[in-house]
Design a binder for this molecule. Structure first.
Ligand code: PGA
Length: 242
């Protein structure tokens, strides 16, 4: 694991954003795996600025998001579809036909998940996968469990994820299920960049980096990937050099 500890979220956004810019400028039809949540927002802002300054174009980029809530209208402001449009896609020149997000309202979730994996495969796989990490060590919505998941699947969200994400659903209507890429899908990405910021992530980062590889901390599997960059701020990195 290539662990890079930087001072501020802005420093991470710049460092991470510059990797994306360089890779997109090398391969304009790159396939990106994208993440939602609070963590990647500064990176998306950095990329939007770079686009506005003419340093990068997303015209030929294809994207696959990690996950989406089930039983939540796509138009709901808390869907990951809305998140991606509002925080990124609407501000750059992405071709909307190349944006892929699992359909959490699909009647046949199994079929939707299989079709999603097939689309990724047909595109030649994901070149760079961006990840955050949950306080419980999840990546995507792969919650701690007894075994590592494989392909995209429908997951029942853990109590800790529901607790963390309920802040976005003050009316108490936080979805209980989601569709998520599996650990197997994530590990197939050619390059992985994970960002963790803030003291709430200290223990999850510690287990991911220092702990044994175990589905009890799904992110620990990244120790087995040969091209992973982990960007941490000083708060999140507090236990990594123990
Ligand atoms: P956050 O979520 O960026 O909102 O902290 C990260 C995650 O749950 O993967």
């Amino acid at each position: 694991m290539d662990i890079r500890v930087l001072k501020t979220k802005a420093d991470i956004a710049k460092a991470c954003g510059e990797i994306f810019i360089e890779e997109i400028n090398k391969k304009s039809d790159i396939v990106l795996g994208l993440a939602t949540g609070a963590t990647p927002l500064p990176t998306y802002e950095y990329l939007i600025d770079a686009y506005k300054n003419g340093r990068v174009s997303f015209k030929e980029v294809t994207s696959f998001n990690l996950d989406e809530y089930c039983d939540l209208a796509r138009e709901n402001e808390n869907s990951y579809y809305s998140y991606m449009l509002n925080n990124f896609f609407n501000h750059v020149d992405m071709d909307k036909s190349r944006i892929n997000i699992p359909d959490g309202n699909a009647k046949d979730a199994e079929k939707e998940c299989a079709a999603y994996d097939k689309m990724i495969e047909d595109m030649g796989g994901i070149d760079i996968q961006l990840l955050g990490i949950g306080t419980n060590g999840h990546i995507g919505f792969n919650e701690p469990s007894d075994e590592f998941t494989d392909a995209t699947f429908k997951v029942k969200l853990s109590d800790s994820t529901i607790e963390s994400n309920s802040i976005y659903f003050p009316d108490g209507d936080m979805p209980r299920y989601a569709l998520t890429m599996g650990i197997g899908s994530i590990m197939k990405a050619k390059k992985i960049i994970l960002i963790a910021t803030g003291a709430a992530k200290i223990d999850a980062v510690d287990k991911m980096v220092n702990g044994e590889v175990s589905p009890a901390c799904p992110a620990s599997i990244l120790q087995n990937h040969d091209d992973v960059i982990i960007f941490l701020d000083e708060d999140a990195a507090a236990k990594i050099n123990k």
